[in-house]
Design a protein around this ligand. Structure first.
Ligand SMILES: *[C@@H]1O[C@H](CO)[C@@H](O)[C@H](O)[C@H]1NC(C)=O
Ligand SMILES: *[C@@H]1O[C@H](CO)[C@@H](O)[C@H](O)[C@H]1NC(C)=O
Ligand SMILES: *[C@@H]1O[C@H](CO)[C@@H](O)[C@H](O)[C@H]1NC(C)=O
Length: 369
């Protein structure tokens, strides 16, 4: 592959979910034992650290500058949406990353995170980000490695009963556009509509596979407004705010994803699904940052390694400078939101009463079913 292509590819890496607002955590108990997490960098908590030749890593400073354990592979300054949601669900520790060799034994009893930055719903999506774990492979890892060990740990041969108490969070799709469709990898004649339908159909098959394994409670994360990221704005200078065709893809995918919640349920007996509209939550912040406590919704907080410097326009420079007050910024790097935004998204996901934000109900209710 030519140097230019590889740079371009690298540049477009990652991208996924996320949404919204700061309410207080309700005190109700949760019946959820934990979470299994699948997806890309917005929910990855360090899986790519352990992959050789992965270009999508965040295991260096200034990532983690506000995280208790420092740089951990999370693509933000502090906690990601999964960490915050885990606390609201009263899960005792951070969910461990699958690829960490120490994620074994009793460490897995509250769930495991399989997400991999740069990966997508389609297997082909990951290739350009180097070594990443596709959603299909993530599900296989869950089935072949984690599930047998979980049965051992919980002393049960009935995984269906065990798994019904866990949440299955899936946040993928952004990279299928930025690292696949918009690079023309799907073929020059494939329309955005057709490609989006392929994504939804593939995801539907993947959810059914999890259901067959015993998953019953699903949290589906919408794709972010990727046309509004510092990376997108740097690539395509626009007069008015965000890059429209990138956002159009997100909106189309999210509409399908929301419909899937109703369409797939009859095919997955006993299941409940929640669609988390991270797109809306983030767009609301980007449109009116000040009224939501933010000062900068278009620049990255960290110094990003730009394409002209051999970087991607996404990731922070190793040891580069950062903004003094991370809470003022919507984006930490060229693509990923700050912890402050993650708090908004996780809080709304957990307890928002609005069906425009959580459909058909919030994660707190899902956890109590
Ligand atoms: C990806 O990383 C894993 C773990 O380090 C390694 O076993 C595998 O060979 C790597 N694959 C590629 C294509 O580099
Ligand atoms: C699970 O199945 C294995 C093999 O069939 C059996 O040895 C074991 O006792 C079973 N464990 C439980 C908790 O039922
Ligand atoms: C793309 O579609 C057009 C119209 O349907 C067709 O004429 C053309 O041959 C197609 N090109 C490729 C590369 O498939």
């Amino acid at each position: 592959m030519s140097q230019n292509l590889s740079l371009f590819c690298v540049f477009l890496i990652f991208g996924l979910l996320t949404p919204s607002t700061c309410l207080n955590t309700p005190k109700q108990g949760s019946k959820s034992k934990g979470m299994f997490v699948f997806g890309s960098s917005l929910v990855d908590n360090g899986n790519n650290n352990f992959l050789a030749n992965s270009l999508a890593k965040a295991d260096f400073s200034p990532y983690g500058v506000d995280f208790p354990l420092g740089p951990s592979g999370r693509f933000t300054n502090g906690e990601n949406v999964i960490d915050i949601l885990g606390k609201k669900l009263k899960i005792p520790d951070y969910i461990p990353p699958f690829t960490d060799p120490s994620t074994r034994g009793t460490k897995i009893v509250h769930g495991v995170n399989f997400a991999s930055g740069g990966s997508g719903i389609l297997d082909a999506t990951g290739a350009l980000a180097g070594n990443v774990t596709s959603l299909n492979q993530q599900i296989s890892n869950f089935e072949k490695v984690t599930l047998p060990e979980l049965e051992l740990q919980l002393g049960s041969n009935n995984s269906k009963e065990i798994l019904s108490k866990f949440l299955f969070v899936v946040g993928s799709g952004g990279n299928d556009y930025s690292l696949n469709f918009f690079l023309g990898l799907a073929g020059s004649n494939v329309s955005l509509e057709a490609f989006t339908n392929t994504l939804t159909a593939t995801l539907s098959t993947q959810l059914k596979r999890l259901h067959e394994l015993g998953a019953r409670k699903f949290v589906l994360m919408a794709i972010n407004p990727n046309g509004c990221t510092p990376m997108a704005l740097a690539r395509v200078p626009t007069q008015e705010g965000c890059v429209e065709n990138l956002n159009r893809a997100s909106v189309m995918f999210n509409a399908n994803l929301k419909n899937l919640v109703d369409d797939i349920r009859p095919q997955m007996p006993g299941s409940n699904l929640v669609f988390v509209n991270a797109y809306k939550m983030m767009s609301d912040i980007i449109r009116f940052p000040r009224s939501r406590g933010f000062r900068d919704a278009s620049n990255s907080c960290c110094e990003v390694r730009q394409v002209s410097e051999g970087g991607t326009g996404i990731l922070c420079k190793r040891g580069g400078s950062i903004c003094p007050n991370r809470r003022d910024y919507v984006f930490f790097d060229g693509l990923h939101p700050t912890e402050a935004v993650n708090v908004v998204i996780a809080t709304k996901a957990f307890s928002s009463p609005l069906r425009a934000e959580v459909y058909p109900f919030n994660v707190m209710k899902l956890s109590q079913i």
